[in-house]
Design a protein around this ligand. Sequence first.
Ligand SMILES: [Zn+2]
Length: 529
Amino acid sequence: MESCDLLIEGGTVVDGSGAPSFAAGVAISGDRLRILRPGAERPAAGRTIDAAGKVVAPGFIDLHSHSGLVILAEPRHEPKVRQGVTTEIIGVDGLSYAPLPSRADLAALIEMNAGLDGAPDVAADWDTVAEYLDRFDSKVAVNVGLMVGNSALRISRLGWEDVPADAAALADMRVMLDAAMAAGALGLSSGLDYPPGAFATTAELAALTQAAARRGGFYHTHVRYPLGDRFLDPFREAIDIGRRSGGAVHLTHFYHRATYPGTPEQQLTLVDDARAEGLDVTFDSYPYEWASTRLLIQMPTWMQAGGPRPLKERLADRSARERVRAELRERGGAAYTSAAGWSDVRLGALRRPENMRWEGRSLADVMAERGVDAVDAICDLLLSEDLRPNQVTSGPIKSTMAPFLRHPAGMVATDSTFVGAKPSPRTYGSYPRVLGEFVRQDHWLGLEEAVRRMTLAPATRLGLSDRGRLADGYLADVVVFDPATVRSNATYEEPRRFPTGIEQVIVNGTLVVQKGAHTGALPGRVVRR
Ligand SMILES: [Zn+2]
């Protein structure tokens, strides 16, 4: 008689495709699954999970995670796997830790980006994309996919300065990208607020996207938010990169800001128009009100040219601060905040004893208590904390999240960050919040459609043909959750709380979460196209 290693019996299968749910068993042998319809013969199972009353779905695929270093230090990756994530994408926002030309550049990128990705105590001693990916394969709890950051490509060919890419440099960057994709990367990412990638022109990004597309890759972009009208123009540039290159474009953390001069519908119309034109444009959104990135984002890009050493010299320089002051006046103060400005910038990841009292408090508090302006407060903090501070600011408001989540090209991602005492609650609660609050309580969309946006839709975007769906022969990345109780417990005040109702999580056929607790297993692999 046939046998299997693990049998999930009695549950309702939501298969990830958006099709209506159905009653079935799921049999797992090794790392693959098959569906057992009612009446089908039951194999002898090494272990059986009773899923009566539960939903059995593909594991969630997160298109935006800042775990490219953190997961190497904390391979159990509890914040993510406990919410049902089985695969996540790193190297986002243009900031991948490979390919880079030297260990010194790797160390410099880690230093520069510590406010976003942290600088955990891991041996950063890889030299190639293949060696970097090898750090994850079968050594961490979830599957990991890599985007090649355009900052890494620029550092490799042009250094850290604000210089144009001539034809020869562009050709070389295309060759590097091609090699990285041959080694397993899934496409190109950009983060056009973050130097040196922010120094890339539209034409440069289109040329790189074209090279990625030739290998089946796509363009994953944190857009150039300060561009043009600072509302639609940044997204128009991204779509234009798709038009010029013929490559697919994915707008990451796409949402409506309360400070925008227009509506969410205007943003989504851009996507609809592009798709009607025949362009392959998709997006993800995170379902929480709190954004987060490195505090360094408040500094103009010219301050950051050249890398961490010149940056620190400028941070300490009075005339450079004076120039920043003038520019901030022009810009109207804090960037990426609510109208509350500097009081909306909450500080995190502080380590120096004299700064610890500011953890979780606002930059406005620092300014008031120290009697300094924003420029001095930021520059002093960045210097004394070795560039590591993080900021949490207002993000999407709930009333404008629904049209993004309901849009057919929309997907759910987390943009999870792991540093600081109070990271955005999106890090621990994104998927359970959608399932518990937006689906069960608010009825924004059906369960099957919500799960599709977490599973098959991102798998398809990534070009993964054997993940993201519960169907015969697919890899066994599975989450079992209770549709009646699933919910996020993460809040702004208490962001590091695990969700309720995520009962089992299986990665490549191995139980990583059982009865809501981590088993310690580390079966994650590198996902490749
Ligand atoms: Zn971003």
